[in-house]
Design a protein. Structure first.
Ligand code: ATP
Length: 503
């Protein structure tokens, strides 16, 4: 399995799908760049999602909200509270400063300790992506952080009371608190310290602290009324969005499965209170079917219903996919109640209500959310498609059997040779079809080599131009999966490619 995963990572690099970010500077941890083929595949996945969610549902519209948002949004969402509250409530700036310094100091130590734990585990188990060990390690680190947090909040109180003896005792306690249990408590624990901070404004004194958004959902919540009023949609209706999110993940070592900069495709569906669980079931099923329609095999998916719910949810499930390292979360479907909109009402002082003409009342809508990681979906599709095959003649080939609609390149135009006018004929076909399909033209190397290269990037069709083409205007069309070749008229190419590769 590890070998399979290693091969996948090197294939992704060798064929221009995914590069480690800043590679010439030895890379940046858990950050990746998409290359020429990766960007095409990713765009096609986005389009496939967008069409299914926005274009095909007359009651869903799409937006594109900014990554930077008002800092209070992360208080309302609950992302900053747990860690910072004891300090924010402390009105004496001098004490606050001291608490801040202590906090920073201990956070740094904590990071160091967490890293050591992780390194130890990695060493013991040889490879970094051994899932069980990492989850356990992560769980232990998070538990440790939880302990630290409680001590720090007590410390802030002692500082306020100027009880320095107590602070000292707490520092000692902080030193000896150690993770020994393996219990996991994701949602609650991971929220507060995973956000990246930055500054808005030029001068240091007046600059405002901002966060890079850890989820795209809040951009939808704060725009709920803007969209509802301008689109004039009645409930139930949805808002969809594709965009970057950032999380300073503690353990981010499973290639693009868990990144620090990633993309989410989310849809928040606003419904009347009391109807949310029906819509929750409906969206669970719809999203599951959407995944199945990709054709990666029903046996590779399963639901995982959550028993332990985040503070904002009254029902939640994951759609899990069988990655090379086992079944793991691909998409989350959450019934988020009116938690977010109510919290924003409270923090902004603005009403976020909807007038329901049928019920003749104003209320804060409930929300059912579907949230899928674009990069995770990319990994699911890519890992499922990559295959080594032994052919009838005993030779081997590596083929990327991507769903044709998602393939980065739809057809490769391959004149047997450039001379004798074959090259020009190929260019003519290329120019004729390029408005409709992303294609490649190649006239170098043996035809066998060129076929293999196209197999490796998942191109569904190879179109070969030979001397007969010049007179009978037919070409050889090779199918990526069956490798069968047939003679077809140049005039039919557009229709044939379109039939196979449209959504
Ligand atoms: P996990 O438990 O795997 O960290 P999560 O429950 O925190 O995920 P959500 O906050 O529900 O995830 O985000 C929705 C989706 O966003 C996830 O299902 C996943 O596909 C994707 N996602 C979340 N974190 C990351 C990440 N660090 N890198 C890539 N994709 C991510």
């Amino acid at each position: 399995q590890e070998d399979v995963f290693k091969k996948l990572i090197s294939h992704a690099k060798e064929y221009g799908f995914i590069f480690p970010s800043s590679e010439i500077y030895d890379g940046l941890s858990a950050i990746y760049d998409y290359g020429q083929n990766g960007a095409e595949l990713k765009n096609n996945i986005k389009q496939y999602w967008w069409k299914a969610m926005v274009q095909m549902n007359e009651n869903i519209v799409g937006i594109d909200s900014a990554i930077f948002m008002h800092p209070t949004i992360w208080k309302a969402s609950g992302h900053v509270d747990a860690f910072n509250d004891p300090l924010i409530d402390n009105k004496d700036s001098k004490k606050r400063f001291r608490a801040d310094v202590l906090l920073e100091d201990y956070c740094a130590k904590l990071e160091e300790k967490a890293q050591k734990e992780i390194d130890k585990a990695a060493k013991r188990f040889g490879e970094a992506f051994n899932k069980n060990e990492f989850e356990t390690t992560n769980g232990r680190v998070l538990e440790y952080r939880e302990k630290q947090k409680s001590i720090l909040s007590r410390m802030a109180k002692s500082l306020e009371a100027e009880d320095l003896a107590d602070v000292k005792a707490l520092i000692e306690e902080l030193e000896i608190a150690d993770p020994d249990t393996g219990s996991k408590n994701w949602t609650e624990v991971r929220q507060f310290n995973l956000m990246f901070g930055t500054k808005l404004g030029a001068s240091a004194d007046s600059a405002t602290d901002l966060y890079l958004r850890p989820e795209t959902a809040q951009g939808i919540f704060v725009n709920f009324l803007n969209v509802q009023k301008t689109s004039r949609h009645k409930l139930p209706f949805g808002i969809a969005q594709i965009g970057k999110a950032f999380r300073n993940e503690i353990v981010a070592r499973q290639f693009i499965f868990r990144m620090r900069e990633f993309e989410q495709m989310e849809m928040q569906f606003f419904v009347p209170p009391g109807t949310e669980l029906g819509f929750y079931e409906e969206w669970k099923q719809k999203r599951f079917n959407w995944h199945l329609a990709l054709g990666l095999g029903e046996e590779n998916y399963k639901f995982h219903d959550h028993e332990k719910l985040a503070h904002y949810a009254n029902a939640a499930a994951d759609i899990e996919f069988k990655f090379p390292f086992g079944f793991k979360e691909l998409e989350g479907i959450h019934s988020r109640t009116d938690f977010d909109l109510k919290a924003h009402e409270h923090h902004s002082g603005r009403k976020l209500q909807y007038f329901d003409a049928e019920r003749n009342e104003n209320y804060v809508p409930y929300v059912v959310e579907t949230s899928v990681g674009l990069d995770r979906l990319f990994l699911a599709i890519f890992s499922n498609a990559l295959k080594d095959e032994v052919l009838e003649d005993g030779s081997e080939r590596t083929v990327l059997s991507l769903p044709p609609a998602l393939a980065p390149v739809k057809a490769a135009i391959l004149p047997l040779m450039k001379k004798d006018g074959l090259g020009e004929y190929g260019e003519k076909i290329f120019n004729d079809l390029k408005f409709d399909f992303n294609m490649i033209y190649e006239d170098k190397d043996s035809i066998g080599k060129r076929y293999r290269r196209q197999d490796a990037i998942g191109t569904p069709f190879c179109i070969t131009i030979d001397h007969d083409t010049l007179t009978d205007h037919t070409v050889t069309l090779r199918d990526r999966d069956t490798m069968q070749q047939e003679r077809v008229a140049v005039a039919d190419l557009r229709r044939i490619i379109d039939e196979k590769t449209n959504f």
